[in-house]
Design a binder for this molecule. Structure first.
Ligand code: FAD
Length: 551
């Protein structure tokens, strides 16, 4: 390929128009940058555009799951959240509101997928290719492709022979799916399966859930936000975040929750009371009951056992209840917030199959055949089988860095980043909520804003000094990778095959993907790098002969 000679067409190309892309574009506008966004979908919203499956809902509270970059936006929208935990259409509507309020759509090219990005070292810019045949040049490339945006459909023999319809929750048909009078097979019991199943069960003639691993789910206890409770709720959520993200003092470590008490320092009756209170309060944060829940297996088992008891209590048929009991340490796979999930199994039209002991052999014309020969008929298959988390969509950008090195090769043994934001060998490339940043272990909108703010400051610094090339130094990256691993090693996360570990994708390197220390500790690290004038990056200018290389 020949490199276009002229100056890059854009300062920044952003890939993705979910909350990350919208936030990044808004920041670029504020900084006076020429930015272009490419989005595969026909609309904004990302996750909340694609995941329109029945029951899709956020498990971070609505009053906290929104942008804070504009106090007017935050305040004006507060009275618009109908429920404690927002449903997908409500969040999508919010994303559309943000896009329209700041007139962002004019810089977004929809229905356009970025298929390749090549670093042109001689010109110091990126050449970005799309599935529409575009070749766009930009000084910087920002990935806002999302941490849970590559839907994972298992490769099942015979799927092309199935005579019914099948859908993945992460790419749900926009005109919906009619389950009435239908026999439905739902595969997967992670967050999406647990959200979708009870709603599908209400209209389907029969729902069979195929479960490989039983998960822990705590009641969401969703409720309406009303004129009467709104002020109180705003205050409660504000207090929660003030405690969670304190400006001063020791940073709270995320796996402690906000707890200072160790499990066995609390007497058994008091422990039981605490679990019951948290269960009553509702939400996926239930499992962080004590400071050592995520570091001590025995302590963890206290919480796990409480949930198992509640499952036995909710599900009437003891054989079904037994199949639903999770055995891994609670929290080491994504904790689920549920509504009517366990009770759903008391319905006469709902069945549970354990496909760990009797795996799927193949899809047939009329359903699924298990290894035992047992056939389950279905009109509709629903794959709630998750995502190629954190790295999937980034790698699908087919990025080639210095010397044509594919990112796929640089990350052959797992992602290596500096701060989860940048990669050595890939200058002027940044990732919003990339691997080795808090991402999926946080309120993701909060993490997006952390990254966009940090990038905004970096761009201003580069402009002020005349730098046009910025690359993570290898030593700083190596240090970050081992720092992330050393934090993760202090927890129980390592011991479970989860998508946090890449274990749900055949052939994916097994490494703990997010930064586990929480947003406050992470922010300290971001600030340090900024305050040291970005010396952990190699900075240089094609016009000014000054460079500040880190070791
Ligand atoms: P996304 O919303 O994933 O947007 C990325 C966009 O990039 C997509 O629109 C995609 O089409 C586009 N894209 C990707 N690759 C390309 C390409 N090559 N070319 C062009 N466009 C591309 N987070 C929470 O904090 N709390 C929750 O409760 C929560 N619940 C969730 C429930 C589900 C079912 C899912 C899937 C995720 C959930 N998340 C939750 C995480 C959620 O992804 C984030 O909160 C947030 O929406 C991410 O925004 P984003 O812009 O970074 O990525």
């Amino acid at each position: 390929m020949t490199t276009p000679d002229e100056a890059p067409a854009f300062d920044i190309v952003i890939v993705g128009a979910g909350f990350g892309g919208l936030c990044a574009l808004h920041k670029c506008r504020q900084l006076g940058k020429r930015a272009a966004v490419f989005e595969a979908a026909p609309d904004v919203g990302g996750t909340w555009y694609w995941n329109s499956y029945p029951g899709a809902r956020c498990d971070v509270e609505s009053l906290g799951y929104n942008f804070s970059f504009d106090a007017d936006l935050k305040r004006e929208y507060q009275s618009k959240w109908p429920e404690r935990f927002s449903a997908q259409p409500v969040i999508l509507e919010y994303a559309r509101h943000v896009a329209d309020r700041y007139a962002l759509r004019t810089d977004i090219r929809f229905k356009t997928r970025v298929t390749r990005a090549i670093w042109a070292e001689d010109r110091r810019f990126w050449i970005v290719e799309t599935d529409r045949g575009d070749q766009i040049t930009a000084r910087f490339l920002v990935s806002a492709v999302g941490c849970l945006s590559s839907a994972q459909v298992p490769s099942l023999e015979g799927i092309d022979t199935f005579e019914g319809s099948w859908h993945h929750t992460g790419n749900w048909p926009k005109d919906g799916v009619n389950f009435e009078t239908k026999h439905v097979l739902l595969i997967g019991t992670g967050s999406t399966g647990v959200q979708a199943a009870p709603i599908i069960a209400e209209s389907a003639a029969r729902l069979t859930v195929l479960q490989r691993t039983p998960h822990y789910a705590a009641p969401a206890r969703n409720y309406a936000l009303t004129r009467e409770n709104l002020e109180r709720e705003i205050q409660r959520v504000a207090n929660f975040y003030a405690a969670r993200y304190p400006a001063d003092g020791d940073p709270p470590i995320s796996w402690h929750g906000m707890n200072t008490v160790m499990t066995f320092d609390d007497p058994p009756e008091s422990r039981q009371r605490r679990f019951e209170q948290l269960w009553e309060r509702g939400g996926a944060g239930f499992f962080l009951a004590y400071k050592d829940t995520m570091t001590d297996l025995k302590a963890n088992n206290e919480v796990s056992e409480f949930v198992r008891t509640m499952i036995r209590f909710a599900v009437k048929d003891p054989a079904t209840a037994a199949k639903l009991l999770p055995t891994y340490p609670i929290g080491t796979k994504r904790m689920i917030a549920e509504t009517n999930y366990y009770e759903m199994y008391n319905r006469p039209n709902v069945y549970l199959e354990d496909i760990r002991s009797d795996p799927i052999e193949r899809v047939t014309a009329h359903g699924i055949r298990l290894k035992s020969g047992h056939e389950i008929e279905a009109d509709i298959l629903v794959f709630a089988t998750g995502y190629d988390a954190l790295t999937g969509s980034i790698l699908r950008l087919n990025i080639e860095g210095v010397g044509g090195l594919p990112l796929m090769s640089a990350w052959e043994a797992g992602p290596r980043t500096l701060l989860g934001l940048a990669v050595h060998g890939f200058p002027n490339f940044f990732m919003i909520t990339g691997p080795q940043s808090p991402s999926v272990l946080s309120n993701v909108i909060y993490s997006i804003e952390q990254h966009v703010d940090w990038l905004g400051e970096l761009f201003q610094f580069l402009d002020a000094r005349g730098f046009d090339r910025v690359e993570a130094s290898l030593s700083a990256q190596d240090h970050w990778v081992s720092y992330c691993a050393s934090l993760a090693n202090q927890t129980l996360y390592q011991h479970t095959d989860s998508w946090y570990m890449g274990a749900n994708i055949p052939g994916k390197p097994r490494t703990f993907l997010p930064f586990v220390g929480g947003n406050v500790l992470y922010k300290r690290r971001l600030d340090e790098v900024r305050d040291e004038n970005y010396t952990r990056f190699a900075l240089s200018s094609s016009t000014v002969d000054s460079s500040a290389r880190a070791s």
